[in-house]
Design a protein around this ligand. Structure first.
Ligand code: TRP
Length: 337
């Protein structure tokens, strides 16, 4: 217990909906793999399948999604021997902890979270009403984090508020009921913009996404048709890299020399947008090729084996969460009689 306390505890989750694209990969999963190889950290990575049902409950999809994300974890290099990999649904105590936190957080606090407001508007525009689960989503997320006493939470920028909320809850619990939770901090991954317009890559932004196992010719099509600075209507028109998402891709995926080359060439119109995109394409293909190959391998792993990995990880993580939740309940005057 003691030497575990000194170690950093890295925890993160990915929802079991849709396919994993470059945004999720560079925003989160790539960081997971780095942390896993650090001997000074304990890693917990899970499939947030309970968070996948806040808008719509589709049993077959969520189950398939849970196994798919597990396969993506494996393809990206996560190793169940090194990291604890599990599904949220394997740990009922998370819902219990979430309830305790629900009673410590005010409605305005969650109702004002940007994520809630956005999703609520989206649901209403589709003629549906937001669920209570959507409202309290960040509270369950706090339970995920604090349930294993996570200290570092690798997530995309859009999840930063939620980690802040977990931090506030930990602080408030500690001051009311005595120190129990370590205060978690977010570790923010790269922001991957959409290649078609504004906003981040993802389903909600409407643009095309780059799946981590995307075929080479499809990748080529997406990159070469990406929107660039509208000022560059002709090859001879100079552009401004700040108005171009392809330039942002250079910053994330290209070498320093390539970034300098692309930015100078854009501003003095010595290169065309296609020349610039081709370099991004080369670098993306180099990143994706091994992922594509490993994804093909893991796709062949039978569901039974995937479930076994989740089962083992679930047992390990649940033990830790049970102890934390038991202690939290004791302190709140809610023993298991
Ligand atoms: N809300 C996160 C997302 O949509 C997923 C998530 C659930 C998570 N619980 C978490 C991430 C705990 C980090 C820590 O991406």
């Amino acid at each position: 217990m003691n030497d575990q306390k000194q170690k950093e505890v890295v925890l993160s989750g990915i929802r079991a909906t849709g396919s994993i694209h470059l945004g999720n990969y560079s925003g989160a999963i790539q960081q997971f793999v780095k942390f896993q190889d650090d001997p000074d950290v304990d890693c917990f990575f899970f499939i947030a399948n309970l968070h996948s049902i806040t808008e719509k409950i589709e049993p077959d999809l969520v189950l398939k999604g849970t196994r798919d994300i597990t396969r993506v974890f494996l393809a990206a290099g996560l190793d169940p021997e090194k990291s604890t990999i599990y599904a949220q649904s394997s740990i009922p105590e998370l819902c219990e902890l979430s309830w305790l936190f629900n009673c410590m957080v005010t409605v305005p606090t969650v109702a004002n979270m940007p994520h809630f407001k956005e999703k609520k508007d989206l649901m209403q525009s589709r003629g549906t009403k937001e669920t209570a689960g959507l409202l309290t989503y960040p509270i369950l997320m706090a339970a995920d984090i604090l349930g294993v006493n996570g200290t570092i939470v690798p997530v995309g920028k859009d999840q930063e508020y939620h980690v802040e909320l977990a931090r506030d809850i930990a602080r408030s619990f500690n001051s009311k009921f005595g120190d129990l939770f370590t205060l978690p901090a977010a570790s923010i991954g790269d922001f991957i913009p959409s290649l078609q317009g504004s906003g981040k890559m993802g389903k909600s932004s409407g643009g095309q996404t780059i799946a981590i196992n995307i075929a080479a010719d499809e990748l080529k099509k997406i990159v070469l048709t990406a929107m660039t600075d509208p000022a560059r209507a002709r090859r001879t028109d100079p552009g401004d890299p700040r108005n171009c998402n392809v330039a942002s891709y250079h910053h994330i995926f290209s070498s320093t020399d390539e970034v300098t080359w692309a930015e100078a060439g854009c501003m003095n119109a010595s290169i065309g947008c296609i020349d610039c995109k081709k370099v991004v394409l080369k670098n993306l293909e180099a990143l994706i090729a091994p992922l594509r190959e490993r994804y093909e391998e893991v796709a062949r792993i039978p569901d039974k084996e995937i479930d076994e990995i989740l089962h083992e990880g679930g047992i390990k993580a649940r033990k830790i969460v049970m102890a934390v939740v038991g202690e939290a309940k004791e302190r709140m005057g809610l023993p298991f009689f």
